[in-house]
Design a binder for this molecule. Structure first.
Ligand SMILES: Nc1ncnc2c1ncn2[C@@H]1O[C@H](COP(=O)(O)OP(=O)(O)OP(=O)(O)O)[C@@H](O)[C@H]1O
Length: 259
């Protein structure tokens, strides 16, 4: 069965995988330095991220959010513990296999958009697929870029787009390849409220309609309410887990770790 736009349904997408959890980690630690200067950036984290689940990671500055996300994405190696993505253990994976896993399974939305200045928005969005020799689904491209409200800016180059538009081009690029997991680091940090909502709505659609697993680091309680759950970190550990988070429950939980 297909949706009106010819896109695959959630069932079709999620049955491509058989893992209960798209991303899992057990007893993960990351320490920097030695002796008295040792920093326990991540200090014993175990967590599961189900297929199609949208998780926000919050917590005070220095609590280990970015470090944890980099570990889960295979961009950094844990000092201890195990991590698996799409059923593949990252521990001991050689560089080539890790690169392939990231290319085939993972999308990134980071503060630095990394758009190529000489390409139009459309060319930037479709580049990863073209490099991988995969076809570009024009209908899907339209659905994603319309949801992100950049459908009328596709023939412009990055320098002709606002920062918020560039950020949404980067989101569209991450979503079009339909990666199993999308990692987003402060994706709304530099955006106005309306633009931020469009971006968050796009991420939520990716989870709900296409079964993609979204893991987003944010300081913004409003952004985190778009998620299915919030993990609140403190001192490198998971201090709290909120399901169906509201602004009130998020603020209360954050207050309990910052006092
Ligand atoms: N490469 C590194 N070398 C040494 N210490 C590091 C390194 N990267 C991070 N840290 C330390 O690890 C701890 C966690 O950092 P991390 O960036 O994960 O925190 P965060 O919760 O993302 O913070 P913020 O909200 O400010 O971005 C901090 O004390 C930080 O100084």
């Amino acid at each position: 069965m297909c949706t009106a736009g010819g896109l695959p349904t959630v069932d079709e997408v999620t049955t491509q995988t058989t893992y209960a959890d798209m991303v899992s980690c057990r007893d993960v630690r990351k320490t920097y330095g030695t002796g008295e200067s040792t920093v326990r950036a991540v200090d014993g984290v175990s967590a599961d991220f189900a297929a199609g689940e949208f998780t926000a990671i919050m917590g005070p500055s220095g609590s280990g959010k970015t470090t944890l996300m980099h570990l889960l994405a295979g961009l950094d190696t844990p000092t201890e513990g195990s991590i698996s993505v799409a059923g593949t253990s990252l521990v001991g994976l050689d560089d080539r296999s890790l690169t392939e896993l990231r290319r085939d399974r993972i999308g990134f939305v980071f503060q630095a958009f990394n758009l190529l200045p000489t390409l139009t928005a459309r060319q930037n969005i479709t580049l990863p697929l073209r490099l991988a020799g995969r076809p570009v689904d024009a209908a899907q491209l339209r659905v994603i870029t319309d949801a992100l409200q950049i459908g009328d800016r596709l023939e412009h180059r990055p320098a002709e787009l606002s920062g918020g538009q560039q950020q949404r081009v980067a989101v569209a690029r991450a979503l079009l390849a339909q990666p199993s997991v999308v990692f987003a680091d402060e994706p709304t940090g530099a955006l106005d409220i309306a633009t931020g909502r469009a971006l968050l709505g796009g991420l939520r659609d990716a989870a709900q309609q296409y079964g993609q697993t979204i893991i987003m680091v944010t300081h913004d309680p409003g952004a985190a309410t778009y998620a299915d759950r919030v993990l609140v970190m403190a001192d490198g550990r998971i201090h709290d887990e909120l399901r169906r988070p509201s602004r009130e429950t998020i603020l209360a939980s954050l207050a309990s770790v910052t006092v």
